[in-house]
Design a protein. Structure first.
Length: 176
């Protein structure tokens, strides 16, 4: 019997590689961890402390903030990705997602309040619309702030009443 006559048996050494991720998948995972490292480097110190990172990763994130040369920063981000492989990144990513969602929500509220203030300063009928839509609004106080803000703007003075109007709107519309 020749070697060619035997039925082909799969080699055991190749079967063990079937369950490993492809090289492309490993690269995508590595880049995702580097992206998390980038986000960590952009956080302020308070939020960074809230994450309770291992000391080596925390130090590397702080170091990343000091590196500005493109090539050096790229290499350091690769190093951050390497450090991230030693921990479970899911809780960190969840917290980052939570913060980014909260900041988008805060931005939307802020812009809504700005639109109301701008309308109130530009259109007289906006005040009656606000009174109709928001029962909690102190209309008399808002009317006074609008009048004062318009006078300040016409005189070229600092927008003290405009800021106060924004604060009053935040209190009335958001309850803050």
């Amino acid at each position: 019997m020749h070697a060619d006559d035997t039925p082909h048996q799969p080699d055991d050494e190749f079967e063990e590689f079937d369950d490993q991720p492809s090289k492309s998948q490993r690269k995508r995972d590595m880049h995702a961890l580097q992206d998390i490292g980038e986000q960590l480097a952009e956080l302020n110190n308070d939020r960074l402390r809230q994450l309770d990172l291992p000391e080596s990763l925390h130090d590397a994130v702080l170091e990343a903030r000091r590196i500005h040369a493109h090539g050096a920063r790229r290499r350091h981000m690769q190093y951050l990705g390497k450090l991230m492989r030693t921990i479970d990144p899911a809780p960190i990513q969840a917290k980052l997602d939570e913060w980014s969602g909260a900041s988008r929500e805060q931005n939307a509220k802020f812009h809504m309040l700005e639109r109301w203030r701008d309308r109130l300063l530009a259109e007289d009928e906006a005040l009656s619309e606000l009174a109709r839509d928001c029962a909690a609004a102190d209309i008399q106080k808002i009317r006074t702030l609008i009048r004062n803000a318009r006078k300040e703007s016409a005189a070229g003075k600092p927008p003290k009443s405009s800021r106060a109007l924004f604060i009053e709107l935040r209190s009335a519309l958001l309850g803050e």
